[in-house]
Design a protein around this ligand. Sequence first.
Ligand SMILES: [Zn+2]
Length: 323
Amino acid sequence: MGAALVALPRVARATGGLDVGGAVKEPAVRILLASGANIPPPDQLDAWYFAWNGRTYRGGFAFVPLLGGKQGLIDVVPLDSYLYGVVSSEVSPAWPAEAQKAQAILARTYVTTKLRPDKPYDVVATDSDQHYGGIDGESVEGRGAVDATAGKIVTYAGSIAHVAFSACCGGRTADSADVWSASVPYLLSFADPHCAGTPAYRWEARVPYAAVQQRLDLGRAGALRSVQLRELGSSLRPRQLAFAGSAATVEVGTDQFRSAAGAAVVRSTFLRGVTPSGDDLLVTGNGRGHGVGMCQWGAREMAAAGSSAAEIVAFYFPKTALG
Ligand SMILES: [Zn+2]
């Protein structure tokens, strides 16, 4: 199929004064919407919008060749139009405005570090990068948060910071060194008093032992007696689980355990207890997601208590500045 690159339209700003001199000079973002062999072609509605797979998107589309002979469908939009489709896909438009603004600043900072003109696309539309829902993922409030923070990004020592966020840290943020083996001076572990009591703060799950036993090859432990959490580290998240059975004790990485049980069931690696209970493991933990950087529920509570977006960013990314 021929690659029909549609020219990037000039997009009128939702707010602000006249753009004297014509085109808004904003970097374009290329978002991968789909990849595969037979992607149905989008329908370009006019110079500004196209429809695809039941959704409407700003900008123009293009098909690009990917590795392995696959094809990619990308959406090409100005950076802030991309953010319109991200902010309300990440946090609710009903949340306090300053929390949405903090999310907009992080989303802008994140994508700015991902622009890579030498590659066929910059970001994917899922939470591998950031949720991007096109126009259907936008809201008046989310667009307002993007406009109100126009141009603002998080910097550290004069460079663009590598930011991260997750739904809820469970009362203590995680050090990036513990989660990604990369030490970053402003992605540290510290107590977060703000998210206590929010919906994702504490959780409990029953995990059928037979399924994880098979996936993690735990049969050699024999009859399971107890499970210990090991190597808590500064982030207080155990790195290893020790399954003590009648025949042996078998150690398993917490990440492996989480993916074997299902990341939606075991919602974080901030485990507090794993206890055999009948045919199940009773698992208790804190938070949802990796816990590095901004805690979205904590940001919501800070904003509700009167903190500004700048104060929220300064709390979760110590030693950084807004540029
Ligand atoms: Zn938190």
